[in-house]
Design a protein around this ligand. Structure first.
Ligand SMILES: [Zn+2]
Length: 291
């Protein structure tokens, strides 16, 4: 028995749906708070009534229909992080959208949990009619003959999984990959916002229609108990943790003062809501459920 894995809402005239890719569990420490003490992480999880030993990571994919295109923002983990994740295709089917109807995929960055759903195990594209868009520096980084992930404090084997996922999912789609510049309107109503640090071309997306908008923050922050309550905490997946921290503060300060509607990929489903600045920390106010 499973809960629903989709959440419909509107951004002005655009239809939007958040589709859960599933979840996986990691030890609570240290991957999502490499510069914290184990006791601090336990305390942060206990404060929000979560298991203090295991951290549940979710992935959530945004589907936008702007009247012309059906657009996915990221594609989930595919087979790269076990079989509790990688559920995008069946969940897309549940909202009545076939993979062939997807015309564009925007990629926030080239990490395996975001690009793992681009290509099927037989190397055929999962979205046969989609053009793929990613930031110029991100494409150059992952396409280079040598991919240097040495600044990520993770095991060599895990690092190699990132490299393999990029080779597997991006290389076969080369002829349909389009790069964009920051500030560019990639598709009608969707603008690329620089959000550097987590990866060399990490991108947030501003989706606007009429007077409404949504800022998709990608991996600028991950969880209310981790890098919202403790914005100085870095994940092991930040390629430049210092820069990621500066980006996090700038984006969250702005979103808090503008009262922006936000989505971030790894937040608990439906990963949609607002952020409030309280002293040096940020509090998450999840969007009310809609029926
Ligand atoms: Zn991620």
């Amino acid at each position: 028995m499973k809960n629903a894995s989709y959440y419909h809402f509107k951004i002005g005239k655009f239809s939007a749906t958040i589709i859960g890719d599933g979840q996986t569990q990691f030890p609570a420490y240290p991957l999502y708070a490499v510069n914290a003490k184990p006791g601090e992480v336990k305390k942060a999880l206990a404060a929000v009534f979560l298991n203090t030993e295991k951290y549940t990571l979710q992935c959530n994919i945004l589907l936008v229909d702007n009247g012309r295109d059906k657009i996915l923002v990221d594609t989930g983990a595919g087979p790269t992080l076990g079989n509790e994740l990688g559920q995008l295709l069946p969940h897309l089917q549940a909202v009545g959208v076939s993979p062939a109807q997807i015309t564009a995929v925007l990629v926030s960055h080239g990490h395996l949990d975001h690009i793992g759903g681009l290509v099927a195990p037989d190397e055929q594209p999962n979205f046969p009619n989609a053009q793929i868009y990613l930031a110029e520096p991100e494409w150059h980084f992952w396409q280079a003959p040598t991919i240097d992930l040495s600044s990520m404090p993770i095991a060599d084997g895990f690092r190699q999984n990132f490299i393999n996922a990029a080779r597997t999912n991006l290389d076969p789609l080369k002829d349909r990959i389009h790069t964009f510049k920051f500030g560019q309107e990639i598709l009608p109503g969707i603008t690329a916002v620089p959000a550097l640090g987590h990866s060399p071309g990490h991108t947030a997306f501003l989706i606007a229609s009429g007077r409404e908008s949504l800022l998709h923050a990608g991996d600028v922050f991950h969880h209310p108990a981790f890098d919202l309550a403790n914005p100085q905490w870095a994940t092991a997946f930040d390629q430049d943790a210092g820069r990621a921290y500066q980006t996090r503060l700038a984006l969250l300060d702005q979103a808090s003062s503008d009262r922006s509607l936000l989505m971030a990929y790894h937040l608990p489903f439906p990963a949609l809501g607002h952020v409030r600045k309280v002293g040096r920390r940020y509090e998450w106010e999840a969007a009310s459920w809609r029926f």
